[in-house]
Design a protein around this ligand. Structure first.
Ligand SMILES: [Zn+2]
Length: 397
C-alpha cells in the first residue's frame, strides 16, 4: 500500500494555480482528504477533495494539475446544486449525471489546452457536440456507461468514501458563492487582458457576474425608489439600496403626500452608443416617471458629451435630439442639471460608462444606467443599473 505523495499533489495544485491564475482561489480553497475508497479524485459539496494515493502515483504533475481544475470545476459550476433541480426521475441516475457533467467541464479544459489523463470523458466520445450544459447532455448519452465517481460535489449523491461534515475543513455555501464570483471576475480580467477564455467558461463567468435579470425591472425599481426617496416618502437618507433590493422590490410606488421631485436625465451622446440603445433606455426611464406622475416640466433631459450641447424638456423619448460625438464628461451634464433653478431630487445618467464621475455624493439621488456589454463601473455610491440591450430585447420578445 503506497503513501500519498503529498508533495506531488501540491506541486500539481501549484502548477494549476500558476498556469491558470483565475482558478487559484478556488483550487486553494479545497481541502485534501486522502482516501483509499476511491480510484481517482472526487469532491463533496463542502469543497473537500478526496484523493487516491495510487491515482496520484500513476499520473504526471501536468495531468494531476488538470484533474485539480476538473474537480474544482464541478464545484464552481454548482453541479450538485443543479443536479438537485433536475426532475426526480433524472436525479436518480448518478452515473449518467456525473458523465454528463464531465462532458460539460472537459470540453472547456481541452479548449484551455490543459492536460488531462488518458481516457478522459468528452462529448465527442459519445458523438455529441461540445459546448452544452450537462442538463442537455443527460438524455443524449448512451445507455451503457463506464463507472466514474466525482463525488457528491458533482452528482449530489454522497459517496461511501466521503467523511462527515465536521471531519475535515470545508467551505460553506456563502463562501462558495464568493469563490465563484471571484473566479468569474478573474476570468473576465484575464479575457480582457489576454483575449482568450474557453467559450463555456466565458458564458459561465458572464452568468455569475450578470445574472439574466430584465434590466427594465431593475431600472424601473431604481427610479421608483429614488423618486420615493427624493419625495420624502421613504427615509433612505444614508442607505443606498442594493441592486438586488431594487430588482425584487414591488412595482407600486407608495402614494406620495409630499410634492413630487424634479428629475433630470443626463444622456451621454458620445460615440459608442447607438440611437436605439439610448432611445430604449430613455423610453424606459420616462415611462416609469410618467407612471408615478412625474411629467411635463418636472422632467429635464440634457444631452451631454464634453459640453452640454442641448437642454430640452421632454415628455416623450422621441422628442430628444441627440447631440454630437466626442469626449465624454458626464460631470458637466450632472452639474448643469443641479444648477437648474429647481434642482432635481433625482438624476438619471444614461451612459456607456466611459466618463469621469463627480467626487462627492451629490445632494440628489444619482442613478447610472450603463449601456453596453462591459462598461467600467462608476464609484460605489452611484446606484448602477446595467442596460444590456440585445439580451433585453430577447427577453421581451
Ligand atoms: Zn468529474
Amino acid at each position: 500500500m503506497i503513501e500519498l505523495d503529498r508533495a506531488k499533489l501540491l506541486a500539481a495544485r501549484y502548477r494549476a494555480a500558476t498556469d491558470r491564475p483565475y482558478f487559484a482561489s478556488a483550487v486553494y480553497a479545497l481541502s485534501i482528504v486522502p482516501s483509499r475508497g476511491l480510484r481517482t479524485m472526487g469532491v463533496d459539496r463542502h469543497w473537500r477533495c478526496y484523493v487516491s494515493p495510487d491515482f496520484v502515483a500513476a499520473l504526471t504533475v501536468p495531468e494531476l494539475a488538470g484533474v485539480w481544475i476538473h474537480e474544482v470545476s464541478h464545484l464552481l459550476r454548482d453541479h450538485h446544486g443543479r443536479a438537485g433541480r433536475l426532475p426526480a426521475a433524472e436525479q436518480r441516475d448518478r452515473l449518467r449525471i456525473n458523465i454528463a457533467q464531465d462532458c460539460e467541464i472537459n470540453d472547456d479544459l481541452v479548449a484551455d489546452r490543459l492536460t488531462l489523463p488518458a481516457g478522459r470523458i468528452e462529448p465527442g466520445v459519445f458523438g455529441l457536440p461540445n459546448g452544452l450544459l450537462f442538463e442537455a447532455y443527460l438524455s443524449r448519452l448512451p445507455a451503457d456507461l463506464t463507472e466514474v465517481d466525482c463525488g457528491s460535489g458533482a452528482h449530489g449523491w454522497p459517496a461511501p468514501w466521503e467523511v462527515e461534515e465536521g471531519a475535515a475543513p470545508g467551505v460553506g455555501p456563502v463562501e462558495a458563492e464568493a469563490l465563484r464570483r471571484h473566479t468569474a471576475e478573474a476570468m473576465r480580467a484575464h479575457r480582457r487582458a489576454r483575449g482568450h477564455l474557453p467559450a463555456g467558461w466565458q458564458r459561465w463567468a458572464e452568468q455569475v457576474l450578470e445574472p439574466v435579470v430584465d434590466w427594465r425591472r431593475v431600472l424601473a425599481g431604481a427610479v421608483r425608489e429614488a423618486v420615493a426617496w427624493a419625495g420624502g416618502a421613504v427615509d433612505y437618507t444614508y442607505r443606498r439600496p442594493s441592486r438586488r433590493t431594487s430588482a425584487m422590490r414591488g412595482v407600486v410606488l407608495p402614494s406620495l403626500r409630499r410634492p413630487l421631485p424634479h428629475v433630470a436625465i443626463v444622456v451621454d451622446t458620445s460615440g459608442s452608443m447607438t440611437d436605439d440603445d439610448l432611445a430604449e433606455a430613455l423610453g424606459e426611464v420616462t415611462g416609469v416617471l410618467r407612471e408615478v406622475g412625474i411629467r411635463g416640466n418636472r422632467v429635464t433631459v440634457l444631452a451631454c458629451d464634453a459640453d452640454v450641447h442641448a437642454v430640452s424638456r421632454v415628455t416623450r423619448a422621441e422628442q430628444v435630439t441627440l447631440g454630437g460625438g466626442g469626449g465624454t464628461d458626464m460631470r458637466v451634464g450632472i452639474a448643469a442639471a443641479l444648477a437648474a433653478p429647481r434642482p432635481p431630487g433625482v438624476v438619471v445618467v444614461l451612459t456607456d460608462g466611459e466618463t469621469p464621475w463627480p467626487d462627492q455624493p451629490q445632494s440628489c439621488r444619482l442613478i447610472a444606467a450603463l449601456i453596453g456589454s462591459a462598461p467600467p463601473d462608476p464609484p460605489g455610491w452611484v446606484e448602477t443599473v446595467h442596460v444590456t440591450p440585445a439580451e433585453g430585447r430577447a427577453a421581451r420578445g
